[in-house]
Design a protein around this ligand. Structure first.
Ligand SMILES: [Zn+2]
Length: 122
């Protein structure tokens, strides 16, 4: 399980990356034709790795983070996307092939209400 969101190469927590998100719901289906896994993620469990045991790379974490980031900056509340796995399967003898897994997701975001101007305490 990938932990956190790699923001410009540095791992940060969800709260650090998206401080204005109150709640997030990610529902999706992962898999190729042979295998499908239903997923349901939230703020704490949102990092996701590819379930292909042969898959060598990171899976969906970075792309999912970028997708949420894009929604976040546009203040979008619901969006769907198909994300393909960025990983590779090792075929032996240094040969690799692309992992064919993909993730169809629907993301719903609830933003924090704009904060009421706080009084400065003296
Ligand atoms: Zn994969």
């Amino acid at each position: 399980m990938t932990k956190g969101y790699f923001f410009r190469g540095n791992p940060v927590s969800f709260e650090e990356a998206f401080p204005e998100i109150e709640e997030i719901k990610i529902e999706g289906t992962e898999g190729d034709i042979a295998q499908r896994n239903k997923l349901s993620l939230n703020k704490k469990t949102w990092g996701i790795s590819c379930s292909n045991p042969l898959c060598k790379d990171k899976g969906y974490g970075v792309k999912l983070g970028d997708f949420i980031s894009e929604m976040y900056h546009k203040k979008e509340t619901s969006k769907e996307k198909i994300i393909s796995c960025g990983g590779y399967e090792s075929m032996g003898r240094g040969q690799t092939r692309r992992c064919l897994n993909h993730l169809s997701i629907r993301v719903e975001i609830k933003y924090k209400l704009p904060e009421v101007q706080q009084e400065v305490e003296n």
